[in-house]
Design a protein around this ligand. Structure first.
Ligand SMILES: Nc1ncnc2c1ncn2[C@@H]1O[C@H](COP(=O)(O)OP(=O)(O)OP(=O)(O)O)[C@@H](O)[C@H]1O
Ligand SMILES: [Mg+2]
Length: 643
């Protein structure tokens, strides 16, 4: 059964390949252009279309990121990127704007695109993904041409405008010396008979994609870019004979597609002059004494900020600078997006089956992002982090909301420095190799982060800042999250309990305000309002002394007014009360949580409570036994310390 299924698939794929690949003469190719003119699209346009075809969206205005990250701009989000890249939609949108204008042959098509940003910000990954998109559209080339050139170059200049009108296209570029030679020698000048083939662009086979790594000055040789003249062939052919050429440089191999310059400014400036001619004249020199060779391709490059600044400060580099479209690629400043990056990287690694306890990646992301942020005058680092993450922040005693735009404008370079994604991945590795049971938790994560900071960060000032962030801000925030989580896990049916406390408080507060008695819901006995109970709740958010009287009557009045209007009221209706009830619930279980989690020997009741809490942590919150044990121990040692 499955064998035949495999065979079907194989056959299907084979047929597809046979059917799709075009092979014919130049005349046939002209026919094809008449039917589908886009077969002769230039590189920028082919790339642009291949990405746009996958679709795009705009961010919904109801999405919190619309205000916090996109600053209410209708940024286009391209599907081709959105599954694999997170938090850099603005970078991608800038890139797409460049590509769009380049694809309509604007000045941009004569510019080099430069992605500039800190290490591990995703520059290489972005370029790789772009290159892969280029692979999705075939090209048509003169069969046997070493640079896969566009067959339209065969048309003599004198005929071009007629063909342009007839086919509704534009033709640019001249025949390469190798094809010119073949045309004359093998085809007697009958260009309509020259063979044309359809080819796939391929990163692996270096067809239409070339990568230029940085090379040191001594070994730098332009043959890497434009190919060489084969000296051994000079015995057979004259010096200007194209048969002596080996066109295997980056601009030859990358013709029709993409030439990528990795860490472009690590190269000598002389080396880079070929880039100028390639963009300016859309041609590169030929090795030996032949004429220039037409080049059609997207030039992508990347570098870090230090290299960029050094390069920019040199006067003599102006000619190149003028031909660069620079796009900054900063780190993410949004916790949620940063976490998605880690999840993606873990998914691609050997670690996909490890257990990662709740909040672990958030903790790491919080640290990374705070290390990238500048201290604001307007709020503390943690608040800023939450605002950037699109969370509603209501600060105690603060009425005016902080505008995210104001925060961003304070520091323009934010996101260009700090802890990299790679640093965090290394810390995750370290945490994991220390773990005995394939489990990492926020606690082992913080430990690993601290030791990585100590080992890897040599700048003492930055090291101290990082340690402060982890040991103070991140740790405190985690303890807060953990305390709430454990307490909630203790209170099974949390909401029900909250609701019953709410009803009971309301009964008592009403009786207190109206100077009457409360009827016990179970025993039906009439008794005086329970002052201790009310005080415990009020105390949870600091209402004490005489202010309690006012609070009680306020709550009663507010609730009964609502009920009279027929509105449904529950414990969440009145925000201050909701917070009180939650704090009360949490503080009321703290004791039991502490006792149960700390004691070595538990009585039956405690055992039951403990196992119920473990069940909630595991089944509802996503812990496993190891991680649940670990966070509980941590909580009892750090939150519920005996004092
Ligand atoms: N915004 C992002 N979305 C998804 N993945 C990301 C993002 N930023 C970084 N990454 C991931 O982080 C890893 C490191 O990124 P990459 O190697 O592309 O960085 P780089 O900018 O080229 O760094 P360097 O300057 O050190 O070469 C990659 O696996 C990449 O997929
Ligand atoms: Mg890189």
């Amino acid at each position: 059964m499955s064998k035949s299924k495999f065979l079907d698939l194989i056959e299907e794929q084979r047929n597809l390949k046979i059917k799709e690949k075009f092979k014919g003469t130049f005349l046939d190719y002209l026919n094809l252009i008449e039917e589908t003119p886009e077969v002769c699209d230039l590189a920028h346009r082919r790339l642009y279309k291949s990405i746009v075809e996958k679709g795009s969206n705009k961010i919904e205005e109801s999405d919190p990121r619309y205000s916090s990250f996109f600053e209410k701009e209708n940024v286009e989000i391209f599907n081709y990127f959105s599954d694999v890249f997170f938090g850099n939609e603005k970078v991608i949108s800038r890139f797409m704007r460049y590509l769009k204008s380049a694809s309509s042959k604007g000045e941009e098509s004569r510019q080099v695109l430069l992605l500039m940003g800190p290490v591990g910000a995703g520059k290489s990954a972005l370029v790789d993904h772009i290159k892969r998109s280029m692979e999705s559209k075939p090209i048509y080339a003169i069969d046997g041409c070493p640079i896969n050139e566009e067959p339209l170059h065969l048309l003599p200049r004198g005929l071009r405008s007629k063909f342009e009108d007839m086919l509704g296209i534009r033709i640019e570029g001249d025949l390469c010396p190798v094809c010119r030679h073949r045309l004359l020698e093998e085809y007697g000048g009958k260009y309509e008979e020259m063979p044309v083939v359809e080819k796939s662009i391929s990163i692996r086979s270096r067809t239409g994609i070339a990568v230029v790594p940085p090379v040191d000055a001594n070994t730098q040789d332009t043959s890497m870019l434009i190919g060489v003249q084969d000296i051994s062939k000079l015995d057979l052919y004259s010096e200007d004979d194209p048969r002596t050429l080996t066109l295997n440089g980056a601009f030859n191999k990358g013709n029709r597609g993409i030439v990528e310059f990795v860490e472009v400014f690590k190269n000598e400036i002389e080396f880079l002059h070929t880039i100028i001619t390639a963009t300016q004249e859309k041609a590169v020199p030929s090795p030996g004494s032949n004429s220039m060779i037409y080049f059609d391709g997207v030039i992508l490059s990347h570098c870090n900020e230090a290299e960029w600044n050094r390069f920019k400060s040199e006067h003599t580099n102006e000619a190149i600078l003028d031909r660069i479209v620079k796009i900054e690629v900063p780190y993410s400043l949004e916790v949620d997006q940063e976490v998605k990056i880690y999840q993606k990287m873990i998914g691609m690694s050997d670690f996909k089956n490890i257990h990662i306890a709740p909040h672990t990646l958030q903790i790491a992301a919080m640290f990374a992002i705070m290390s990238r942020m500048e201290e604001s005058q307007k709020c503390d680092l943690l608040t800023k982090l939450k605002i950037y993450n699109g969370e509603e922040v209501i600060e105690r005693g603060r009425v005016k909301k902080i505008d995210v735009k104001d925060l961003r404008e304070e520091f323009e370079r934010e996101g260009m420095t700090g802890i990299s994604t790679r640093f965090i991945m290394k810390s995750i590795d370290a945490a994991l190799s220390d773990s005995e049971n394939e489990t990492i938790t926020p606690i082992s994560m913080m430990k690993a982060l601290i030791s990585q900071v100590n080992e890897q960060i040599t700048d003492l000032h930055f090291r101290k800042r990082c340690l402060d962030i982890i040991k103070k801000i991140v740790r405190d925030e985690y303890l807060r999250i953990l305390e709430n989580e454990i307490a909630k896990a203790f209170i099974s049916a949390y909401e029900e309990q909250a609701q019953s406390i709410f009803e009971s408080y309301l009964d008592n507060a009403e009786a207190f305000t109206t100077n009457s008695t409360v009827r016990d819901r179970i025993t039906k006995e009439e008794r005086r309002p329970d002052d201790r109970f009310m005080k415990a709740i009020e105390g949870a958010i600091g209402i004490t002394g005489s202010s309690k009287d006012g609070f009680r009557s306020d709550v009663t009045a507010y609730m009964f007014a609502k009920m009279r209007k027929g509105e449904k009221v529950d414990y969440t209706t009145y925000k201050p009360l909701k917070r009180e009830i939650e704090s009360y619930l949490i503080s009321s279980v703290k004791d039991i949580a502490r006792i149960v989690t700390k004691s070595k020997t538990r009585d039956d009741d405690q055992r039951k409570k403990h196992s119920e809490m473990m069940r909630v942590l595991i089944e509802d919150y996503g812990y496993n036994e190891h991680s649940a044990e670990e966070v509980i121990t941590y909580a009892s040692n750090n939150i519920w310390r005996d004092s």
